[in-house]
Design a protein around this ligand. Sequence first.
Ligand code: AMP
Length: 542
Amino acid sequence: MPGGTPQTLRPFLWRAANLYPDTEIVSRTHEGMTRTTYAEYADQVGRLANALDEAGIDDGDRVATVCWNHDRHFETYFAAPSTGAQLHTVNPLLPDEHLQYIVEDAQDRIIFVDPSLAEKVAGAYDEDAFESVEQFVVIGSEVPDVGLPNAVAYDDFVGGQDTEYDWPQLSGETPAGMCYTSGTTGKPKGVEYTQQMLWSHTMAELTPMGMNIADTDVVMPVVPMFHVNAWGMPYATAAAGAKHVYPGPSPDPEDLAHLIEEEGVTITAGVPTVWLGLLEYLEDNEVDLSTLDEIYIGGAAAPESVIRAYDDLGVTVVHAWGMTETSPIGSTATLKGTLEDADYETQLDKRGKQGLVLPGLEFKVVRDDGERIEWDGEDFGELLIRGPWVTTEYHQRPAANEQDFEDDWLRTGDIVTVDEDGYMDIVDRADDVIKSGGEWISTQELENTMMGHDAVSEAAVIGVPHERYQERPVGFVVRREGTELSDDDLEGELSALLDAEFPSFWKPEKYVFIDEVPKTATGKFSKKDLREEYADESLLSE
Ligand code: AMP
């Protein structure tokens, strides 16, 4: 059969190491700034691949990371998948129960963890859930004394290994990556990325319709590497032979400003909250942004005011949309050539939308009645998408697969309009999950815990628009008859209850005491009605 070699990641590394051996990979780490080159990086990837072999990692085994954005994490990005193993990036912000669930569901065999996250992982450690895990590898030269069983320092793990590795020729169908998403109901769902999915996503991201990355660029992904491969940027940056800048653990606006100035960052990306934070910082601080061409904002809607504010600073915001299921970039709101001469407000209107699907993808938008919508910017329906880097199933979730896919189309759960120019615009989400600062909050889990309190008979949580975090949860509480607790005391007790179980950012911003949660015809809570009545920004300023 005619054809080329399979679409796999490794040739991207080969090209970077051989054509750009001196180009830098710079990281802010827990030990300060580190600088390396593609040539050194490729050697490190070889060492790590040999170390994985020595640890007994076989084809198809899952290698997990619980790490921030830095060069060591990037080493796992090429090493694990190129040996034939599968890299599973784990979100450290998840509640313990979810961490346990996904480690068990993925059957991770080895977990790489940052020193600053080791305590969190040790806290979530549970012998049964972590039964498949044979070893923890803590990034750096020391293992912190937090009780992780069978832990070794990264430097020792790779130390003494050969830089040469006999890379196998993998097929495009070989699973290469994995990331979990969470939905309204139930447990997080695993999405697996094959070599071919990551390859094709990388190629699309390199184009002007994606992130337009060239070897002259300096690329800083602020979006976490545990969240859908930092939107694929580490791979695309390597494919282009461009310089990488990794902002390390919990960077604040000052760290980002400093890195942009010092390293000459040209392209960066992250959720809106990050860029709102930087804008605030820029109000009081003199920062040289002259190298910065583009900020890709996605994960949640980019406010028009932010796009405008960065325009005033000479930096172009490109709004991007994607999902864990779409590897993740599905669309960007780049300007079509035909709009180049349009007035600023018309352009801004287009740039504020979720935009144009990337070449290689197809979409359709289907109304409740099953008909396709008109592309008039008004008619709306659910977005379905398919293409080489859009998954067609979840890992071991037959019920979700039944519900979320229609043949090879992914049902996104996003309700959108499409205008005459083909720009897609999200008007609502089909489900109730809250997205705060780019991170999911499951309202259902909060409700279940709140309803576990003796004095509560009903509890519902909805997202209320918030300037900084896009959305914050507000809890609606119906007290049980005859309870004596004051509203203040009950609020305090609920907060303590939720604090014990969830990350602090999950806690409702406010509680509202009501007589009854509105219900649908089938007796379920009608959050739509709650939202209509209460979901106004003013609720949080009262
Ligand atoms: P995740 O799988 O966590 O990346 O979340 C995917 C979901 O985030 C999408 O289905 C959208 O609901 C939302 N999302 C992603 N990007 C955007 C965006 N640019 N504007 C609005 N919502 C977005």
